[in-house]
Design a protein around this ligand. Structure first.
Ligand SMILES: C[S@@+](CC[C@H](N)C(=O)[O-])C[C@H]1O[C@@H](n2cnc3c(N)ncnc32)[C@H](O)[C@@H]1O
Length: 221
């Protein structure tokens, strides 16, 4: 068991066992797309798209296909999510995705500054209980870390379907420190960004059965 003080990932790492075809991809494809902290690339293209918690990989696969000159780096500690993305990579012959199968903060801390052009955090785990709020990935400390790793005028996109999380983000973005570092360009009172820009993930489609997603966009100053 991981000791509590060393834990950086709070959700499940795996639900069901991988199917045989997924085990095969894990053995034969994952090593080629797996991003190791010890061997991060020395050079990157101008357009670096980053996703924290890509779930089944719908958005990152879409962004990779539609931005062939970009490198898309996705972080997802959940093994079954990574396996779903591997299936998409194989089916669509995607060559511009790298996967970090762990906590996004570990990778952010290791990567060069001023690298990322766009960051997606779509429907992060809401951690609704008060005592778990400190686990929420969207907080001032993490936003400032992401900003440090982003280019000037880079874009951060956050979506949530959870009313408590929506309030939480609204409180974070009212703080002077946030406003010194980010320009708010889209708030949930505006219509959802088009699905051409951000496809609906599996999670969003499920969540939409209950309530619509709230989308925020910020650019780095
Ligand atoms: C509610 S799901 C949403 C998945 C996906 N973005 C979507 O919209 O379908 C939240 C995801 O964040 C991942 N996650 C949780 N903590 C994380 C962390 N510290 N770094 C990266 N991903 C994380 C979870 O494993 C989970 O897949």
């Amino acid at each position: 068991m991981e000791k509590q003080k060393n834990r950086t990932v709070y959700g499940r790492r795996q639900s069901r066992p991988l199917k045989e075809s997924q085990k095969d991809l894990w053995k034969n494809l994952f090593p080629a797309v797996n991003l190791h902290l010890e061997s991060l690339p020395n050079s990157y293209p101008e357009n670096v798209i980053f996703e924290i918690g890509f779930g089944g990989g719908e958005n990152i696969a879409y962004q990779a296909i539609n931005n062939p000159n970009a490198i898309c780096i996705g972080c997802e500690p959940f093994i079954n999510g990574v396996a779903s993305l591997l299936s998409k990579i194989a089916a669509e012959n995607i060559t511009n995705i790298k996967i970090f199968n762990d906590d996004a903060k570990i990778l952010l801390n290791a990567m060069p500054d001023k690298l990322i052009s766009k960051t997606f955090i779509l429907f992060p785990d809401p951690w609704p209980k008060n005592r778990h709020h400190s686990r929420r990935i969207v907080n001032m400390e993490n936003l400032l870390l992401i900003r440090q790793k982003m280019k000037k005028a880079g874009e951060i996109i956050i979506a949530t379907d959870h009313l408590g999380y929506l309030d939480w983000v609204l409180k974070v973005i009212k703080q002077p420190l946030f406003l010194e570092n980010f320009k708010i360009t889209h708030t949930p009172d505006l219509p959802r960004p088009s699905e051409e820009e951000i496809p609906a993930t599996r999670y969003e489609k499920k969540a939409l059965e209950n309530r619509p997603g709230a989308f925020f966009k910020f650019t780095t100053i």
